[in-house]
Structure formats: C-alpha cells, structure tokens
Write a new protein. Structure first.
Ligand SMILES: *Cc1c(COP(=O)(O)O)cnc(C)c1O
Length: 417
C-alpha cells in the first residue's frame, strides 16, 4: 500500500486535457457541479426540475409514429418532447448527460440498478449472437452470479488478466473486469487488458474508483458500468445503475431498456444528479480517511492483512486474526451493513453477505476468505472511526481468546471420552 498514490489532485489536471464538446474543456470538479444543468439559467431555474410524468400529451399521432419508428430503428435519444417514460425522461436524461461528461464518454444510459445495467449490456450482446463472456474474478457477488448461473443464457470463461487473449472465442461478446474489485480491491491494468481484448468490447465496473480517480475509457475500455447506488448517489438513499459508453452502444442499450423496462425512476435521477455535484469532494475526503485507517490497520498486530488499492479510494478491506463476526457485532459508530459509498461508514463480511451467492470454492480462490472484512469509509472524523474500530477489534480479540479456550476445552473433553 502506498498512500501517496491517491491521485485526486493529479486527476484534475488530466481531466482538463480530456476532449469535450465544450470549446475549452472544464475540470472534473466543475463538470460535477454544472454538467446536465447547462440549460437551467435560460429556463429561469436554479435546481433541476423533477418530471414525474409517465406519459405526455400529443395531438400529432402521425408525428409520434415517425418518432417511434426512428427510435426502433436507431435507438437514438428522442428529439422533442418525451412520449412515455419507459422511453426517455428529462430528469434522468440530465443525470445521464452529467455522468457521460465525468467519464469522458459520448453517452450514458441509466437503469433501475447496477444489476439492471449489467443485464442490459449482456442482452445487447446476446441479441447479436454473442453470448460468451470472458471475466476476471473477483467481481461483485451478484455480477458473478448473473454471469455464471446462466440466467440470461450467458456462458462465461473465468480467467486471470494474462489469460484473456487466449480465452476469447469467435462468439465472445464481452470482456468484464472490476478494478478495484469488490471486495478484495484487487486491481487490473486496464490498458493491458484492453489491448488483450482486441475488437471485443471491454467492460470495466468503475463503481469503486468512480470517475474522480479513474476514467476507464481513457485507458481503452469501451463500456463503463456503475452501481450508481454507491458513490454516485452517495447518501445510501437511492438505487440506480448507469452505463457510460459510445453512442453506438448506448443506442442498443436504450432499445433493450425500452423493451425490458429496467428504467431509473425520475426521483432517483434527480438524487443521482444531485449526488454527482459533491462526488469529487466526497471521494477525496473519504479517501484521505481511508488512507489513514489503512495505515493504522497495517500497523495493528490484530490485523493479518490490509488491502488498499494504488488508485486510492474510500474502500479498505482487511483480514483479522480473530472472529470477523464478532467484530461486525461490536461496531457502534460504524454501521454493520452491506452496500458502500455512503456518507457514513459501513462494514460487512463479504463471505456472509455481498459474496454469499458465489460458490464457496470460487469465492475462496478469488481471495474472498472467511476472515475478510470490507469497509466503506465515510465522512466521519477519522479519529472517531479509529476509536470505534479499536474497541470493536478489542472485543473481537476477547472473543478469540474465549473461543480458543472453548476449543481447547472441547478438545480435552473429546480426548477425555
Ligand atoms: C453494488 C454493486 C453492483 C450492483 O449494483 P446494484 O445497484 O446493487 O444493482 C455492481 N457492481 C459493483 C462493484 C457493486 O458494488
């Protein structure tokens, strides 16, 4: 772990060199606050309006027929007023515009959740007869499950990054990686993997790094996936997913979204746009605490191993010598809960919760051991977080001693019989 490698400030310099549709491209922090809101002043508005309409009046059915034909043929965003909110919604469209700007892509398409977003990507490829996916473990537990269980008729070859080129077949529609990966924070060299993919699109799940720390398309990825539920929303109160990509792929995604219906609710779109405004500030502040906590955990004799990625971020995973369940039940300030990316700190036991659905052998071989805990560091004061971790670690240690003596007592009992 090298805490100096949190690249928040350098990334701003880089983002100012990212090509953009504006004449002079703006820094990430500026885009975060203004993207998707460019028209508001002209509308006489300050906050973005929330459009909850499911349908829109139109006295011109012939005109609508033409617009629907165009959408069916091209998947392009509708020109003019919306028709029906499964097709498009002005509020969610603002969030899509803003996220595309932050990721440096032409387009973005939003969904009801991260899993709905991944489903749409897989359906786009399957509809082209490309059902084979090459993927690198670990992935978020449910992504692993969706690929591996064949629910969508997907066939997956699991490999390590070095094996990708060899695993690709004529019917391979997608290569999927997560970096840093959930929950081990293992990192993949996006540029090297993109090279190995050749013409097969590379999907990078960028949920953990966010565009503040890493923009995968700048390194050759074609598709960027987010569980917007996490950092993009940032307050633990909105579920959503989004895919940032080129317009050609976005068009296919819109067609699938229209047909399958996994749309983002306008209220969620509003909250996600609101969340983006503070994304750079939140990610940097939480990352600074995560660096400090990972440093202290690394020096703590009660901790067997700490995982913290080179790219930085607000996630820290660590392996304890003692009973991880005891630690989970002992935290008081930190919330013991699955999910991540909220303003408050959450901790969970991946083998029991986020990755429970993954086959035990696959889970272990991808580094998700029984003593691994995953912590999403929030915006609390770092000393308060450390104090809570310390008291939880102490009770977990106490548990370890009593369970160790319990074991030996049981051992004696067995031998005594
Ligand atoms: C949570 C998560 C998902 C799934 O997103 P939902 O919004 O829960 O459907 C996908 N990828 C990663 C890395 C996640 O953490």
């Amino acid at each position: 772990m090298d805490p100096m490698l949190v690249q928040s400030d350098d990334m701003d310099t880089e983002s100012s060199m990212t090509p953009s549709t504006t004449t002079r491209s703006r820094a990430l922090a500026t885009e975060a606050v203004h993207a998707g809101r460019d028209d508001l002043a002209a509308l006489g508005l300050h906050a973005p309006p929330i459009d909850l309409s499911t349908t829109y009046p139109s006295y011109d059915s012939r005109g609508e027929a033409e617009r629907i034909d165009t959408f069916a043929a091209t998947g392009a965003r509708l020109e003019g007023p919306p028709v029906y909110s499964r097709l498009d919604n002005p509020t969610t469209a603002r969030f899509e515009t803003a996220l595309a700007r932050l990721e440096g892509t032409e387009s973005a398409v939003s969904f009801a959740s991260g899993m709905a977003a991944l489903t749409a990507v897989l359906l786009v490829r399957a509809s082209m007869g490309l059902r084979h996916v090459v993927a690198v473990r670990p992935l978020y537990g449910c992504s692993d499950h969706l690929l591996g269980a064949g629910l969508l008729g997907t066939e997956v070859t699991w490999t390590d990054p070095a094996g990708i080129a060899e695993a690709i077949r004529p019917d391979t529609g997608l290569v999927m990686v997560e970096t840093p990966a959930n929950p081990t924070l293992a990192e993949v060299d996006i540029r090297a993997v993109a090279h190995a993919c050749g013409s097969v699109p590379l999907l990078v799940d960028n949920t953990f790094a966010t565009p503040v720390l890493q923009r995968p398309v700048e390194h050759g990825a074609r598709i960027v996936l987010h569980s917007a539920t996490k950092y993009l929303g940032g307050h633990g109160d909105v579920m959503g997913g989004v895919v940032a990509c080129d317009e050609e792929f976005a068009a296919r995604l819109r067609q699938v979204r229209f047909a399958t219906g996994g749309v983002l609710h306008p209220m969620a779109g509003y909250l996600l746009l609101r969340g983006l405004a503070t994304l750079p500030v939140r990610v940097r502040a939480a990352s600074a605490s995560a660096v400090e906590l990972s440093r202290r955990l690394t020096a703590d004799p009660r901790i067997a191993r700490v995982h913290y990625p080179k790219v930085g971020g607000a996630m820290v995973s660590f392996e304890v010598y003692g009973d991880p369940h005891r630690l989970i039940s002992s935290v008081r300030l930190i919330t013991p809960a699955v999910s991540l990316g909220s303003v408050d700190t959450l901790i969970q036991h991946p083998a029991s919760i986020s990755h429970r659905i993954v086959d035990e052998g696959d889970r272990r071989s991808s580094g998700v051991g029984d003593r691994l805990l995953r912590m999403s560091v929030g915006l609390e004061d770092v000393e308060d977080l450390w104090a809570d971790l310390c008291q939880a670690l102490s009770s977990q240690e106490a548990g370890r001693e009593s369970s160790a003596s319990g074991e030996s007592a049981a051992g004696l009992l067995v031998r005594g019989q």
